[in-house]
Ligand binder design. Structure first.
Ligand code: SF4
Length: 284
């Protein structure tokens, strides 16, 4: 397949996904701003940074095109996704197109937002919440003061409302005994082991400033088509920010719609890769 063969993208993408050659998930970067500023944040997110938002209309259109092409899942990430005012209702709409996982720091769940998130109860939407340590101090040292307490309060409140919750733990390393306590904590909050992922810090964005994490290059990163307001990227670890500037080393194309354009480029790059495992660093 060449990068000019856009017209045949639907069949090719569907075949590649069905055959397990291409991951089925398309990521959407809803926004880049955040209410906190974690030390390892890939996107240097925080209060007051440029929000670089994808509009809800653009996300819905991209999602519909993703389904048409043969992709099978959506991921929504940021920035803090729930700073987008319409996020609960948007997730319900997106999940009518494809199942969705949305990444969140879970610190904005006021009573009002908890009421609104009922919109996704029973729908194929999972909230993937960051929780790194079983104790407040070391957890909050990497994230923000009060983060731990807000997260452990939000998780059962979300589950009570019928929302599917996953936990993502992002660490340089964690001792067995500490991990055991973290797992006991998430089980106690109602999240089973099958919904807990542990992943390394990737040395991009603010992690570079603090000399944290593992160096990762294209072969180390999951080949998951990722759409931002500024273009389409090889992986959700691609559209990172360094010194306030968007990284473009993993940019596929500035053209995001029709989605067949970046999907075709992605497939051509996949075909050019040597056979073997997609990732050597367990980055996900
Ligand atoms: S890692 Fe997530 S929660 Fe932390 S600053 Fe970045 S976007 Fe916000």
């Amino acid at each position: 397949m060449t990068d000019l063969d856009v017209a045949s993208a639907p069949g090719m993408v569907g075949e590649a996904v069905a055959g397990g050659r291409l991951p089925g998930r398309v990521w959407l970067y809803s926004n880049y701003h955040c209410n906190i500023a974690c030390r390892y944040c890939l996107t240097e997110s925080g209060p007051g940074v440029p929000s670089r938002e994808l509009t809800p209309a653009a996300m819905l259109e991209t999602a519909a095109q993703a389904r048409e092409l043969g992709f099978t899942e959506l991921g929504v990430t940021g920035g803090e996704t729930f700073l987008m005012p319409s996020m609960p209702e948007l997730l319900a709409q997106l999940s009518a197109i494809l199942p969705v996982v949305v990444l969140t720091n879970a610190t904005l769940f006021s009573r009002r937002l908890l009421d609104r998130i009922r919109a996704v109860s029973g729908l194929p939407v999972a909230l993937q919440i960051s929780l790194d340590r079983p104790d407040a101090d070391p957890n909050d040292a990497m994230r923000a003061p009060g983060n731990f307490d807000k997260v452990v309060a939000a998780i059962p409140a979300l589950i009570e409302r019928g929302v599917t919750v996953r936990i993502a733990t992002t660490v340089e390393s964690i001792a067995d005994a500490e991990l055991d306590r973290l797992c006991a904590l998430h089980r106690g909050l109602g999240v089973p082991d099958s919904e807990h992922v542990i992943r390394p810090i990737v040395r991009r964005g603010r992690a570079v400033t603090h000399a944290l994490g593992v160096h990762a290059e294209l072969p180390d990163l999951p080949a998951e088509l990722t759409v931002t307001a500024a273009g389409a990227f090889w992986s959700p670890f691609g559209p990172t920010v360094r010194g306030g500037v968007l990284d473009t080393d993993l940019l596929l194309t500035r053209t995001t719609r029709p989605l067949s354009v970046p999907a075709t480029i992605m497939l051509a790059l996949m075909d050019a890769r040597p056979p073997g495992g997609d990732s050597t660093l367990n980055i996900r």
